[in-house]
Design a protein around this ligand. Structure first.
Ligand code: GNR
Ligand code: NI
Length: 177
């Protein structure tokens, strides 16, 4: 297992639309394990593959609190089948937008279909933080960030700040050469 570097705003990689996973094999399971290790290290409660530079429809979530047994979930090719009309608001953050938090309103519950880590089709009815996190991660698979759900004024402020920070930061090694 290994911890991978996180892709940070304004890296355009975060705007890529990820491709469906073609087969759930050992290589995919190893990638999911690396994502879990990277997420636990951060720490965070969810991670999409694109956040470590892999443009495929794979995400991991673990909502267990500190001191609780880990509860890792792997979602391959997730699809939202149904969203509730009822909305709920959570303060969201993103490992690709460090130290910025904002309230986002989303459907309070969703029903989703996905493949698990053995490639078996599963369905989940998610509510509460799981519903919010799953929607946040599926957004990543579509190149969408939580700041796309806040006001343009706030989003422009965040973008300006992260463009400035990127200038003072070494470029990701994949862009150096
Ligand atoms: O760690 C994370 N916390 C979080 C809090 C509220 C709503 C969504 C999230 S996901 C985030 C990790 C992350 O960036 N996943 O893409
Ligand atoms: Ni995120």
């Amino acid at each position: 297992m290994s911890i991978k570097p996180l892709i940070i705003l304004p890296d355009p990689v975060l705007r890529q639309v990820s491709k469906p996973v073609e087969r759930v094999d050992d290589a995919l399971r190893k990638l999911a394990d690396d994502m879990l290790e990277t997420m636990y290290d951060a720490p965070g409660i969810g991670l999409a593959a694109i956040q470590i530079g892999e443009p495929i429809r794979l995400l991991v979530i673990d909502l267990a609190k500190e001191g609780e047994e880990p509860a890792p979930h792997v979602f391959v090719n997730p699809e939202i089948l149904e969203s509730s009309g009822q909305r709920s608001t959570y303060e969201e953050g993103c490992l690709s937008i460090p130290d910025y938090y904002a309230e986002v309103e989303r459907p309070a519950s969703v029903r989703a279909r996905y493949l698990d880590r053995s490639g078996k089709e599963q369905e989940i009815k998610a509510e509460g933080l799981m519903a919010t996190c799953l929607q946040h991660e599926i957004d990543h698979l579509n190149g969408v960030l939580f700041i796309d759900h806040i006001s343009k004024l706030k989003r422009d402020m965040v973008m300006r700040k992260f463009r400035k920070l990127a200038k003072d930061r070494p470029a990701p090694s994949r862009l150096v050469g």
